[in-house]
Design a protein around this ligand. Structure first.
Ligand SMILES: [Zn+2]
Length: 102
């Protein structure tokens, strides 16, 4: 059973840069540009999908599409459930790290 709270946390609380680092070679190429984290847009193939740090949502300034963590995994061929099952433990690990640093 997937709760709304879990989906919210996966979208908002797991930084997209953490997801992309975890995906490794499976994930899109990414880099930090002028303080913004950018990755190769799954929609158009330009390195212009830029993560908004306030809402953890990526917006592509080339084709205009938006991506959250779940969208990103689905663009790699995961179905919705598989994406959630993949992201949930990454979210938990991320939250544990953060708690330990505080
Ligand atoms: Zn694009």
């Amino acid at each position: 059973m997937i709760s709304d709270e879990l989906l919210r946390a996966i979208r908002n609380d797991l930084p997209m840069r953490v997801t992309i680092r975890r995906l490794g070679r499976q994930g899109p190429p990414a880099k930090q540009v002028e303080g913004y984290y950018r990755f190769l847009c799954p929609g158009c193939g330009e390195l212009r999908a830029t993560v908004n740090p306030r809402n953890n949502l990526a917006h592509c300034f080339s084709c205009g599409q938006n991506f959250n963590n779940i969208d990103l995994l689905m663009s790699l061929g995961y179905d919705f459930l598989a994406a959630v099952e993949c992201l949930e433990p990454w979210l938990q690990t991320h939250q544990e790290h953060r708690t330990r640093q505080e």
